[in-house]
Design a protein around this ligand. Sequence first.
Ligand SMILES: C[S@@+](CC[C@H](N)C(=O)[O-])C[C@H]1O[C@@H](n2cnc3c(N)ncnc32)[C@H](O)[C@@H]1O
Length: 362
Amino acid sequence: MANVLHMNGSLEETSYAMNSLLQRKGILRTLPITKKTVAELMCNSRFPEGRLAMADLGCASGPNTLLLVSEMIKVVHKLYGELGQDCPELQIFLNDLPGNDFNHVFTSIQGFKENMKKEMGAQAFIAGVPGSFYDRLFPTHSLHFIHSSYSLQWRSQVPQGLEENKGNIYLASSSPPCVLEAYYRQFQVDISSFLKFRAQELVTGGRMVLTLPGRRGEGSSEKECCYIWELMSIALKQMTSEGLIDQQKLDSFNLPMYMPSAMEVEVEVQKQGSFAIEHLELWDMNWDAYEGEVMSLPAGDGGYQLSKCMEAVFGPVIAHHFDSSREIIDEVFRRYGLLLSDWMAKESPTLVSLTVSLTKRH
Ligand SMILES: C[S@@+](CC[C@H](N)C(=O)[O-])C[C@H]1O[C@@H](n2cnc3c(N)ncnc32)[C@H](O)[C@@H]1O
């Protein structure tokens, strides 16, 4: 996955930068938790080297990347301003897989830094760190705060043992129990590596805020949460029956992700043992990112917008697996958009998210 996965880059119509309002809303919704966590870190920690190091893991490219960075800089500056103390030097690392459009991120950094300096006299040293967060990324005890938003649902690989999931591309109502178990096992392996490596990289008392899509309940009764991917498989199946997509490729396609329940996250954190959970919250927002926005869309367009968001995220993985042209991928998502519009007109489906704030013990 580390070599394949990336969001659609640049600023074109199907790019992540242009289609990530949903994730932006998620970052804004969890901002109070992020700010509170950073404030607690400031109160409880000393920075003897005069340096405060933070990382955003799975930063992607686009407005969300620098939104989070600017909020982290603002909260630290405000707190130190209130204390009448000099702010430590801020070092901010932006991590993603090597295929991420880091060029786009880097070209925005200069102007961003100038604005931060002008607006609040803040100086930050920002660097990109390509690599998988299921490996070591930073030197031992070099970080104070880690943030990650809508990235930890991705698995490091497609789980083994999904042969019986034919006809589905992720967990679905017709998936046998062994499929849920295979996905869950892969989640356990990945999250325990993630926690182990972050524990090595954070100082004692260091903090993390992680947000990822989640599920409300346990076990297979909760497969309804995955209906949105059942619709994607319907679009793919339609195209297979018309000979536009290879049947064997569809049979062997499974999305490398997993949305855990709160309990599943809690169990893994406790098992790994390096972190204390300070706050764990499940919350939801409408899949229609434009719901409640001033610039609301004509009825039915929510599905079209959501399908563009899904194309920005899943398009590259699908194109790689099916070895498909841009036209075929656009057609998959055109059909998916129609199915989504229909679904969203009948229901008001929500994306369940899970946010956890953690402290590194010792
Ligand atoms: C949906 S985007 C979220 C981006 C941004 N945090 C936001 O909230 O808008 C998920 C990002 O996680 C990255 N990602 C997935 N697996 C990763 C891994 N193992 N290591 C680093 N980044 C990863 C993807 O490349 C992608 O850019």
